[in-house]
Write a protein that binds this ligand. Structure first.
Ligand code: A3D
Length: 320
């Protein structure tokens, strides 16, 4: 059987890291696409030359021609611009919406059977727009955010509790932005929910609240440190986990920006929810019950995403 084909649209910081991880994990052959001629070709060749050292079998190539992504099984989209210090994700909307139009059409014309993972910000609005421009089925187009947000939450919790992050699970809902909703009662250390750990004296409510806030601000913290762009190692690792779940039909339960129509009382919109990812893409959405407070936070997040989608429609009337 031929190796799967993974197309990466955008060969910047995240795109290059995605290519490296996909090759190291032998998920398939990798095609890096970018409009900046030379960058995708250079990164592909550089990573391919690490193959003999790391011992992976994967072909890597770079291109500026959409025809080269033909027949891709997975497409991961990072094309666009990242944040600089002082910018919010929403400031990227106008410029990245135009990028989603050309990328969506490129996917529609060349890789209509792919499972598409969008990473470009502002995430929930961009994945919606990408789906509209590409016309692919909703279950085959999703956005990466929840895996990263919950990985950040898990990292902070494992440091606070001084336990292996393998034993920390975390649950984050809502849009990828300042309104995201880390759900403490569904987040655990080896199955013990965080509120119980507060009762057990492992941490205090104040410390837990601070960790929740740090999770919400996780992207801005990295932007503030790097100054020239945004996070890329953890975002790439998170999208690779989703791609692997699809390619290997793992039925992983992962939070991601998925099309929700019915669950959580929502009508046809993209927002971060717990999903099952397998060979059929987004196979299921876990319609969990929320407490009054959680519902209020989720509603706030949903409204923020709706506002961004409306802004997209205002910029590009073909989306209205
Ligand atoms: P960067 O290193 O600038 O790479 C973006 C690449 O996109 C560049 O190489 C550009 O040349 C290329 N590009 C621009 N326009 C086009 C186009 N029309 N077609 C193809 N390629 C194009 O950015 P990055 O890799 O650090 O970040 C990429 C995106 O991911 C940004 O929008 C970030 O805000 C976003 N991001 C999202 C998360 C999430 O958790 C959702 C996390 C981190 C970054």
């Amino acid at each position: 059987m031929a190796r799967p084909k993974i197309a990466l649209i955008g060969a910047g910081q995240i795109g290059g890291t995605l290519a490296h991880l996909a090759a190291l994990k032998e998920l398939g052959d990798v095609v890096l696409f970018d409009i900046a001629d030379g960058i995708p070709q250079g990164k592909a060749l550089d990573i391919a030359e690490s193959g003999p050292v790391d011992g992976f079998d994967a072909a890597l190539s770079g291109t500026t021609d959409y025809a080269d992504i033909a027949g891709a099984d997975v497409v991961i989209v990072t094309a666009g611009v990242p944040r600089k210090p002082g910018m919010s994700r929403d400031d990227l909307l106008g410029i990245n919406l135009k990028v989603m139009k050309s990328v969506g059409e490129g996917i529609r014309d060349n890789a209509p059977n792919a499972f598409v993972i969008c990473i470009t910000n502002p995430l929930d609005a961009m994945v919606w727009a990408l789906r509209e421009f590409s016309g692919l089925p909703h279950n085959k187009v999703c956005g990466m955010a929840g895996v990263l947000d919950s990985a950040r939450f898990r990292h902070f919790l494992s440091v606070e509790f001084n336990v292996s992050m393998k034993d920390v699970t975390a649950f984050v809902l809502g849009g990828h932005g300042d309104t995201m909703v880390p759900l403490t009662r569904y987040s655990t250390v080896a199955g013990v929910p965080l509120p119980d750990l507060v009762k057990m004296g492992w941490t205090t409510q104040e410390k837990l609240d601070a960790i929740v806030q740090r999770t919400r601000d996780g992207g801005a913290e990295i932007v503030g440190l790097l100054k020239t762009g945004s996070a890329y190692y953890a975002p790439a690792a998170s999208a690779i986990e989703m791609a692997e779940a699809y390619l290997k039909d793992q039925k992983r339960v992962l939070p991601c920006a998925a099309y929700v129509d019915g669950a959580f009382g929502l009508e046809g919109m993209y927002v971060g929810v717990p999903t099952v990812i397998g060979a059929n893409g987004i196979e299921k959405i876990l319609n969990i019950e929320l407490s009054k407070d959680e519902q209020a936070m989720f509603d706030n997040s949903v409204n923020a995403v709706k506002g961004l989608v409306e802004a997209c429609k205002g910029i590009d009337p073909t989306l209205a």
